[in-house]
Write a protein that binds this ligand. Structure first.
Ligand code: ADP
Length: 487
């Protein structure tokens, strides 16, 4: 069953005319992925706008840094409540700009609320000064203090636009910094709405700035002007950002792409593994840095797995609606659709087998694509090694553990991984041999980043630095050692 969104539907929900601010700057029209219809426009800011935003943020940061962490946390506690109260509006905007399923929009909002709650509770503890041993025992009292870096510049993507803009901004703010965000053009409105909620919660004016416009125009001026750069996006753009951060000698963290593997061992419980990996492969229409794009299955159960996974894929419900129901929504844009189509076409032309899917679905919406399962994918195919970022997964057989680990690691990426076995200790051992920042064993929800309390980020070309947990807030601080000689 598919539901198609209608103009009437949008109007009833007040979802038309998301105009940011009429000003003299050139505007960029934003389209609704479900229909391709224009839904609003954003101003295209330039380097002068960036400088002004950073200057204002820097001024506001002085007073903010003087407040105690517990006082800063109160603002975030109020923000958390506002996010929960305005969840319907937030889901509407997220869906309107991304075309994702409402359930996935809801998950984003939950994560932001959880992040606000987590860091509000823990910030005081994470930011407290720590006692260390002095060089000459007993001669000095040595403490490490965590000072804010100043202004953090965040360049954020369209796939989880509310979560990825806010869940990095919240710890930065709690650590005493100002934040300037350049959201992906397509998802500017949700970042602007986030700003509004933060200010309603009592965040001082100017402390959180959103500069809309093109990344290539805004990126370098932003990197040059701020003290810390946080980037989430593709590995290709991440390299450019890292070069610029290097040139201007700015601290930076980068969360980039993945070609994330799952290994399904002979003893795996398929009743858990299949739904877990269906979610892993198709959640957010596969437009997820931690989504599973490669599944390695022990040869003794390979055919059984392929049959059951294909059947489960055929049950995944597509739909274009602002109501709960469908599992999977649209791809975000024509460019994303074209990339997915090209990957599958290339694999097919070189001999891969498409078991289900493999077609665009213009009957549902202009950028819809069917959940797709392939086998016989070889190393010379783009789909084998490049991130597809769509609802497409390849399944491969393996014969022993060593081979499975070697294949899982045969990638330039290292963000996420998934292991399925009834022997949890064996699973833990295998997980530690996968070069990825997070590995989940028997994660029936999948894909997840494991825990808000545990670091998440990439090894190899998947990035530098970590978000979440203690690591995710201390990266926005400068450690300062003060050693006081005793009497
Ligand atoms: P995708 O290719 O999936 O759209 P990108 O990695 O290009 O993802 O985009 C992620 C973010 O990086 C977006 O906010 C985008 O505007 C921004 N961006 C794109 N190019 C640059 C650049 N040259 N410098 C800084 N930011 C950029």
């Amino acid at each position: 069953a598919v539901e198609a969104v209608t103009k009437e539907h949008r109007t009833v929900r007040g979802l038309t005319g998301l105009v940011t601010q009429a000003d003299e700057r050139e505007q960029m029209t934003i389209e609704e992925p479900y229909t391709g219809d224009p839904i609003g426009a954003i101003p295209l800011c330039d380097a002068a706008d960036v400088d002004l935003a950073v200057e204002r943020a820097r001024e506001a940061q002085q007073a903010w840094a003087e407040r105690a962490p517990a006082e800063r946390a109160e603002v975030l506690t109020r923000f958390r409540k506002l996010v929960l109260d305005r969840r319907e509006k937030l889901m509407d905007i997220v869906q309107l700009e991304t075309g994702k399923a409402r359930r996935t929009a809801f998950e984003e909002i939950q994560v932001v609320a959880m992040t606000a709650g987590y860091y509000s509770h823990r910030a005081e503890q994470f930011l407290a000064s720590e006692k260390r041993k002095g060089a000459i025992p007993g001669a000095t009292e040595t403490r490490v203090h965590h000072h804010p870096v100043g202004v953090a510049g965040l360049i954020t993507p369209w796939n989880f636009p509310f979560e990825l803009a806010l869940s990095d901004a919240l710890p930065a703010l709690l650590a005493g910094n100002a934040v300037v965000i350049n959201p992906a053009e397509q998802t500017s409105h949700v970042a602007l709405y986030g700003k509004r909620l933060l200010e309603e919660a009592g965040l001082p004016a100017d402390l959180f700035q959103v500069v809309t416009g093109h990344g290539p125009t805004i990126g370098e001026p932003l990197i040059k002007a701020v003290d810390y750069v946080g980037f989430t996006g593709s590995t290709a753009t991440g390299r450019i950002v890292a070069e610029q951060a290097g040139k201007h000698l700015k601290k930076a963290s980068l969360e980039l792409g993945g070609k994330n593997p799952a290994i399904v061992f002979e003893d795996a419980d398929f009743d858990r593994a299949i739904p877990g990996l269906i979610n892993g492969a198709y959640s957010n229409t596969g437009q997820l840095c931690i989504s599973i794009e490669r599944i390695y299955v022990h040869e003794s159960r390979y055919e059984e797995f392929v049959d059951r996974f294909v059947a489960a894929t055929e049950d995944v419900e597509l739909g274009a609606t602002y109501d709960f129901g469908p599992d999977v929504g649209s791809l975000v844009s024509k460019e994303q659709l074209e990339k997915v189509v090209a990957h599958v076409a290339d694999a097919k032309s070189r001999g891969a087998t498409v078991h289900t899917g493999g077609e665009a679905r213009p009957d549902v919406g202009p950028y819809f694509y069917e959940p797709t399962v392939l086998t016989d994918v070889e190393l010379d195919m783009d789909l084998c090694c490049e991130e597809t970022f769509g609802p497409v997964v390849a399944i491969y057989p393996f014969s022993d553990t060593e081979e499975a680990i070697a294949k899982a690691n045969d990638t330039d990426y290292g963000l996420n991984g998934s292991v399925w076995t009834e022997d949890a200790e064996f699973g833990r051992e295998v997980a530690q041999q996968i070069r990825a920042g997070t590995v989940n064993v028997n994660d029936a929800y999948g894909p997840t980043y494991a825990s808000i309390d545990a670091p998440m980020g990439g090894m190899k070309d998947s990035g530098i630095g970590r978000r979440h947990g203690r690591e995710g807030i201390l990266k926005y601080t400068e450690a300062q050692t003060v050693a006081v000689q005793k009497g």
